[in-house]
Ligand binder design. Structure first.
Ligand SMILES: CC(=O)SCCNC(=O)CCNC(=O)[C@H](O)C(C)(C)COP(=O)(O)OP(=O)(O)OC[C@H]1O[C@@H](n2cnc3c(N)ncnc32)[C@H](O)[C@@H]1OP(=O)(O)O
Ligand SMILES: N[C@@H](CCO)C(=O)O
Length: 408
């Protein structure tokens, strides 16, 4: 297959990237490349394809959608060695990074792709997209609407199915019809299973980690105070804060604190922090009031996310996760899962309190061809990111030719 690179972009913060610089200022879209293009790049750099107008599940059309992605490896002649990797809520397409090519920053599954690694780029062509509604180059609330202003509050409600539709259009544009595997964790796992249900004929293997067939009552419940925290921040300005010179960092930080607790475990926090005060601080003093170490830890994660992520994207993606239900309008979860033809691997983290193993059991039991795998971890939901060796072993097994395809 001939591939023509029209334009390359490294992951260095683009001045228009609200995730990279804090979301305070008005976004400026980078110049749009014309038509679809991509490059089989062994290192992985962010690239863009305009997929046109996107029809949304709840009605209406999102015009001029752009999808950003990175690739590793080379597409083979048969175009049947494609793996799609789906990132989680605040993740991105930067699955691995390599020093020396403008990619010094490691990726979120750094040990996964490369020579001798579970996904050897000599064998596979890996595509990792940035999700619709996010803030890493794919169209989201900080992108310019047709009138040139940021979408802001006008950005529509998008569902996980819309996100998968955008990715399917991207792959169509790239001429990639079949997926040897789609792999994702957490919110990425939602997209992975939605891919297998929506496009059974295109997906050969599906690996779903720390995820679910549908958002549960408790998951939606945890999201509610996070949504409220952002929307209650005076700097939120109804969602149209891009031109105000500030952004709802306090609300986003609160949301992250709430979420981060759900990503970890009670025992980890107890063992790691206990009742220890933060170094040099006294939580029992009245002036100045000091912090417990665990409070400082949460402050750290809150600040870090508020600096790198757009609050509107956090809202849009959280609501998309709430929308997730593979059974909607398909006769229920059981009927939806029965459509899947991929060989699936369903993975849970034993200590995950947010996506507990029973949800993986439900997926596994409903899928026609499924293996069940377990990650043993002290870290809870974040175990799917932290326990890279275990994840690597599971993915290596899932990609083994003997675990292949039921796709006709
Ligand atoms: C697919 C995706 O989801 S990609 C997105 C993943 N990345 C993120 O979500 C970023 C947020 N981070 C996380 O969720 C988690 O840190 C993970 C899963 C990435 C990694 O987990 P761990 O390796 O266990 O990191 P941990 O939670 O211990 O955090 C370490 C940070 O806390 C800081 N920290 C630890 N204790 C304290 C404390 N008492 N006070 C302040 N900061 C503290 C460390 O200095 C370190 O800072 P750094 O990350 O800026 O270097
Ligand atoms: N740390 C992950 C947890 C959600 O799965 C994220 O922020 O995306």
């Amino acid at each position: 297959m001939t591939v023509t690179p029209h334009r390359q972009s490294t992951r260095r913060p683009h001045p228009a990237d609200p995730c990279a610089r804090g979301a305070g200022a008005a976004p400026v879209e980078p110049a749009r490349p014309s038509g679809a293009w991509f490059e089989g790049d062994p290192v992985g750099r962010r690239q863009f394809v305009d997929i046109g107008d996107l029809e949304l599940e709840r009605g209406g059309v999102l015009p001029d959608v752009r999808v950003a992605f990175e690739t590793w490896g080379t597409l083979n002649e048969a175009a049947d060695n494609v793996i799609l990797i789906e990132h989680a809520l605040t993740g991105d397409s930067h699955v691995v990074g390599e020093a020396g090519n403008g990619h010094a920053s490691p990726g979120w599954w750094q040990g996964l792709i490369g020579p001798g690694r579970p996904i050897d780029a000599a064998d596979w062509f890996v595509v990792a997209t940035n999700v619709l509604g996010g803030c890493q180059g794919t169209t989201g609330p900080a992108s310019a609407a047709p009138d040139g202003r940021a979408w802001g509050s006008r950005f529509p409600y998008v569902t996980v199915r819309d996100q998968v539709r955008a990715e399917a259009l991207l792959l169509d544009r790239l001429g990639l019809q079949s997926l040897a595997a789609v792999i994702g964790g957490s919110m990425g796992g939602m997209r992975a299973i939605e891919w297998a249900v929506t496009h059974p004929e295109r997906v050969e293997r599906c690996v779903v980690l720390a995820s679910t067939a549908y958002a549960t009552a408790e998951q939606i419940a945890w999201c509610q105070p996070q949504l409220l925290a952002i929307r209650s921040d005076p700097a939120f300005a109804g969602g149209d804060y891009y031109a105000t010179g500030s952004s709802p960092e306090t609300g986003l930080g609160l949301a992250r604190r709430i979420a981060h607790i759900t990503y970890r475990t009670e025992t980890e926090l107890a063992d790691r922090f206990g009742r220890r005060p933060q170094l040099g601080e006294d939580p029992l003093a009245s002036d100045p009031r000091g912090r417990f170490a665990v409070e400082s830890y949460l402050d750290h994660h809150a600040g870090k996310l508020a600096r790198r992520f757009d609050a509107n994207s956090y809202l849009v993606l959280t609501e998309a996760m709430n929308s997730h239900d593979v059974g909607r309008d398909r006769g229920g979860v059981e009927a939806a899962l029965a459509r899947v033809r991929a060989a699936c691997t369903i993975v849970s983290v034993d200590s995950d309190r947010l996506y507990p193993p029973r949800l993986s059991d439900e997926l596994h039991e409903g899928l026609p061809v499924s293996s069940r795998a377990h990650i043993v971890s002290d870290f809870g939901h974040d175990g799917f990111l932290i326990e890279e060796e275990q994840v690597g072993r599971i993915i290596r097994d899932a990609l083994d030719p003997s675990a292949a395809a039921s796709v006709a």
